[in-house]
Design a protein around this ligand. Sequence first.
Ligand code: GDG
Length: 503
Amino acid sequence: MNEQTGIPQRLIIVSNRLPVVFERQDGNLTFRSGSGGLVTALAPVLRDRGGMWIGWSGLSDREQEEVDHVLEDSSVASGYDLAAVPLTEEELELYYHGFANEIVWPLFHDLQSHCQFQPEYWHAYQRVNRKFAERVFEVTRSSDYIWVHDYHLMNVASELRGMGVQSPLGYFLHIPFPPPDIFIKLPWRFQVLRALLDYDLVGFQTMRDKRNFIQCVRMLLPDVSTKSMGGFHLVAHEHREVRVGVFPISIDYDDFERLARSREVSESAWYIHEDLPHQQIVLGIDRLDYTKGIPYRLEAFRNALRRFPELRESMTLVQVVVPSRTDIPKYHDLKVEIERLVSEINGEFTRSGWVPIHYIFRHLTRTELLAYYRTAEIALITPIKDGMNLVAKEYCACNIENNGVLIMSEFAGAAAQLQKHALMVNPYDVEGMAEGLRDAFQMNYDERGDRMRQLRSTVRRYDIYRWVESFLGAAISKNLSDYPVISEYIPDQDHDLSLSEGG
Ligand code: GDG
């Protein structure tokens, strides 16, 4: 800790994956920086303060020596250090595919029936979290601020505390935190909850997630006391006061907007519409995942075409599904279901010159992605549960003509900030979503412009840089009671979603 400013000397980021992509050229291993929002936002802070990112390389542990060698010079290339945690295939299978993706991911998205509560997954999760902690212990100093990310690494703080580490530790959960009725199904509920309380600051995406967490603490750990302070909660746990707060993640708004205006994206956007003349394009973009609500969305599109004939031949759904976790059976089944629905709907409605659904099953280039964002008249973003959903924010940033309509699920974290100017839908309500599509289709340009300008201003005001600043600010702030950030974007301190009957 710097004694004058109270700001720790170096920032250490710990996440499951390192923010780099390794490539082999002529047998030699090289790496380049990844392009996600998180690395874009954190890289300047890491460079500025000096820092380090610790995570798995994405490669086999057999290549670890080579990875370490390549990363030795990383600070020259990226301006900060990188340290890899080697994982064996077995560890990856049990900790990553098993505990993280077949237990925590479904459970925290309220889908308990998708969970495989295998004890060996939990044992591997503990072992791998210890491995991450050992690497952190090895390469950090007591003056560092250590910021751990996401559901793969909930136990890192408790492992570090076990090694005697007293440094301040922060944690941010990118996915939702479930309500007590769901969380208590986890066989290791006490251990996980206590492990989270070994951090000094625990951050969530929304008020709802924070409220769920605090309720779980009150229900399961009666020896622990909690009190609210401003937008935060303070939890007294083992001689430490844990701060619990809300930090909705965001995007690099200016960068998305700038790229959306570029010639390359403009041209690509022009061709998209040239190929679909006289159409309003409805855009869905999701990783292949059962939390994204893709089958309900396709049902809603079918329902809209059946009930509102004026939409036929005037509206085209471009549904992009990015391949993900296809080796897990549930994901494979989902792909089959999506493809069945797409072919049924296209079979029922296609006419000469018009195919209702353009289905794309691949990763788009950034230019393609931004061109779709820029040109689509309607974005249909309807996850059944989502931590935040950055696609919604990216769509707004790229909608530079201010003529798009955002249709948004009530159950995405982004709803807390965007609900006032998006068309809100319940993703399980097929008829309601169909009506939302009709309303969006009919919305005049004045109303579209008013709503989109407000949405864009919200996303611009609270961008990814503010997110980093607000988390680190809350980590070091001496007096949380006048910490400013919360009231600026959350309509209500306890409930971040307002539902209206008939709305
Ligand atoms: C987790 C939480 C939370 C998507 N398709 C393509 C592509 N993308 C990029 C988007 C966006 C990102 O992937 C997806 O972000 P999301 O936020 O929607 O979802 P998750 O990956 O599930 O992330 C989520 C997030 O963490 C951050 O905290 O919001 O709730 O689940 O950035 O642009 N990019 C390219 N081609 C594609 O086809 N280039």
